[in-house]
Design a protein around this ligand. Sequence first.
Ligand SMILES: [Fe+2]
Length: 392
Amino acid sequence: MVQAFPDASPTKWHLAHTTWFFETFVLGAFDRGHRPFHPGFSFLFNSYYEAVGPRVERPRRGFLSRPSHAEVLEYRARVDERVGRLLETGPPEEVVARVVLGLHHEQQHQELLLTDAKAALGTNPLRPAYRSEPPPAPSSAAPARWCAFEGGVVEIGVADRASGGRGFAYDNESPRHRVLLAPFRLASRPVTNGEWRAFMEDGGYARPDAWLSEGWDVVRADGWTAPRYWEQRDGAWWTFTLGGMRPVDDAEPVCHVSHYEADAYARWAGARLPTEAEWEIAAADLPVEGNLLRLDAPRLAPAPSPPDDGGAPLAMFGDVWEWTSSPYSPYPGYRAPAGALGEYNGKFMVNQTVLRGGSFATPRSHLRASYRNFFPSRTRWQFSGVRLARDA
Ligand SMILES: [Fe+2]
């Protein structure tokens, strides 16, 4: 039930909330005989759906000492059983679609479970590991290369599922629409820890000329001098991973930087962040492969990019979410769906920035080139990193 800070939710809450999502939006909507598992659970485990009713304030989720973990597991088992029975009846397409949405919602929370568990463990002065295992041997990263793209009038986003039939996508990825891109270049791999240290050693966190005004305010207010989880020990940089404290590996993609930091680094490096349209065009024909969440052997940190074959950009999927320069806004013609589920994405389309590509903690079947993640620009407890772009 530990809540490291207001934005991070407790593990137990994530588990109960994803269960509540199925109970509310599948059983509550389609299972006629369903009675709520507990009259108070909707208040406890509703995240932000105003149309469903009042709820525990987000910063107070860590005070929910009851229900116990065992009761939450029982809640989950009961809801799973009812959903399973509903599916056995060969339900209409809208019920199946709602279950699929619940599964994708749960995949989002699978990643958040790891980010928030890391936040909880990393806040503990003992820096306990989520799972102990020996750190990988230090490695080296090939220099980044610029991959050229023609631009032009391109199409991004997903056609309406009703007409497109391309499998699952969130509403915020639609409609598919045209965008004008000038020719651009994209770095062949994400920025590494070693490159980030050069920025730090050049006074990157101490020179206002590199920073957006808001970012500079946050640097000074929060005293940032390095990515989140970095610590200096005996003159060397260490970082907290899910596997515990490790020396910073210069070849790994830098992780746990905010949009403000990503933007400042890019300016310092004589480059810029890609727009989300540039990123999507570069990824559109690539297979969704890379250092993604593997349930059989989950990794504990991003990995150095594979050897450069001189072709398409590497590690577009997996390792670290890549900050773009694009504000999280509705695509032209976007309309949030009717009803409570219209609150899933649409109402967050202000003052947030788009990230693309997934991290080492994102399930592979959760991702696609059109996938839009979003967080406020100062956020850095997510597995977020940087890929540079330049005008051609
Ligand atoms: Fe949720």
